[in-house]
Design a protein around this ligand. Structure first.
Ligand code: SF4
Ligand code: SF4
Length: 431
């Protein structure tokens, strides 16, 4: 797309902005920085300047567009329907074209398109991680031993280790049974595959428990979100096309358990796919994409749940609540689990500060944003914080460690799987 064409697209959105400032009141970055530049309105004005020729696409401008969580709170709250999310992505792309992305990002994103190489790299990383990382003092994760060039890892930051064995090595590619109720294909995403395989196993258990056949394709690629949200649309487009090919089988549902992967497959691929044939195939896939909590709410048998006497609260991941419209479904599932004490927190749908690579680049700012989330979670008195996004889980766990909290974090799928297992145990005990 030419620069003129891109700017024509921008104009259609820019003209809708009435400068009301509603986006200021919902922006987690503005709340911390109190700078108009960080708001959607400020960025809209910057883009108007670019269109009018008064502002240049410089690295400083690139930085302004990068200092955004892409949390979509401004899109949701905008009374004029300005698609600020699309504007920001497009601006990042234009900036990346003009000023180029940092070398580390360019290499990393290119690496995503070589699936086997990427896989080998992460397996090697799993074996070698103790050279670079040490166990955190509280044992909740790993910390870098020293500044790892290009990693963006703050030395204070606690991250989960890479799993010894990825999810897709732990389970067969196809799991079928008699009289299946339907055929689901599970898009695992990278974080469930390489970091949180137990949550991925929980997803498979849930699908099987409800009588669905499950396929977990070994040749699925990264969903591409890190690349296209950074402005590398070519890589995002290539990965989207690979995944469309892999998911175009005879499946009734495409199950996701990662907020960003789900939002990409369901909606965001529509903004980056250009090839007509791929787009037609993607449209069919998009209609079948369902987060695992939606699946349980719609197709799960609540009679199979056993008691789960836990005090939990729930964090709505941005890309679930505003990317996939998934918010009431997990709460309905929690309500169906006997003895589960669910305590909704204040501002449950406000961003936790992770924002993909945002928390790597702006660690201190992302921690301040996260602190509000942790305060609200603590106020509920819950012992567990449940969320459907692995990136949020990672960032929230780090925050809890930093403040010495005992609150534990788990994926929604793990909680649901526990409730089913409790039901199984109850049945066995009753015999
Ligand atoms: S809420 Fe929408 S219309 Fe109002 S200033 Fe922000 S972008 Fe413009
Ligand atoms: S997407 Fe979120 S962080 Fe970015 S401008 Fe909008 S409200 Fe602020």
């Amino acid at each position: 797309m030419s620069e003129e064409h891109v700017q024509e697209q921008w104009k259609k959105q820019l003209v809708k902005c009435i400068r009301c400032g509603t986006c200021r009141s919902v922006c987690p970055v503005f709340k911390e920085e109190n700078s108009e530049n960080t708001t959607a309105r400020g960025k809209v004005q910057l883009l108007e300047g670019v269109v009018e020729g008064n502002v240049k696409l410089t690295p400083i401008l690139q930085e302004r567009f990068n200092k955004c969580l892409l949390c979509k709170a401004c899109v949701k709250g905008c009374p004029s329907g300005v698609r600020t999310d699309l504007l920001f992505l497009s601006a990042r792309q234009a900036n990346a074209r003009k000023n180029s992305l940092p070398l580390v990002k360019r290499v990393a994103f290119k690496g995503l398109t070589f699936r086997k190489l990427f896989d080998t790299g992460l397996r090697f990383g799993s074996v070698m991680q103790n050279v670079f990382m040490k166990k955190s003092a509280d044992g909740r994760g790993n910390q870098a031993r020293f500044n790892i060039p290009g990693s963006g890892l703050d030395l204070r930051r606690i991250i989960p280790p890479l799993a010894d064995k990825p999810l897709r090595d732990r389970i067969p590619e196809k799991i079928t049974g008699e009289n299946a109720k339907g055929k689901a294909v599970f898009f695992t995403g990278c974080m469930l595959n390489y970091i949180y395989p137990e949550a991925g196993e929980a997803v498979v258990n849930i699908l099987r428990k409800n009588g669905w056949d499950v396929t977990v394709p070994s040749d699925q690629a990264c969903c591409g979100t890190p690349a296209f949200t950074s402005g590398d649309q070519d890589t995002g487009r290539k990965l989207a096309a690979d995944n469309v090919r892999v998911l175009s089988g005879d499946y009734d549902l495409v199950i996701t358990a990662c907020a960003s992967c789900g939002a990409a497959l369901k909606n965001e691929y529509g903004e980056i796919i250009q090839d007509e044939d791929t787009r037609r195939k993607w449209e069919k896939i998009s209609a079948k994409v369902m987060d695992i909590s939606e699946f349980v709410e719609k197709f799960g048998d609540p009679g199979l749940f056993g008691p789960l006497p836990l005090k939990i609260t729930y964090h709505d991941a941005c890309h679930l609540v505003r990317g996939m419209d998934v918010s009431k479904q997990p709460r309905q599932v929690f309500a169906a689990v006997p003895k589960l004490d669910f305590r909704d927190m204040k501002d449950a749908d406000v961003c936790c500060g992770a924002g993909g690579t945002f928390s790597m680049v702006y660690y201190d700012l992302s921690r301040r944003i996260n602190d509000h989330k942790l305060d609200n979670a603590a106020d509920t008195g819950a012992d567990y914080l449940v969320t459907g996004c692995s990136a949020c889980r990672m960032h929230i766990t780090d925050g809890l460690s930093q403040r010495g909290s005992n609150m534990k974090v788990m994926h929604t799928a793990e909680l649901i799987d526990m409730a089913y297992k409790s039901g199984e145990n109850q049945k066995k005990g009753g015999k």
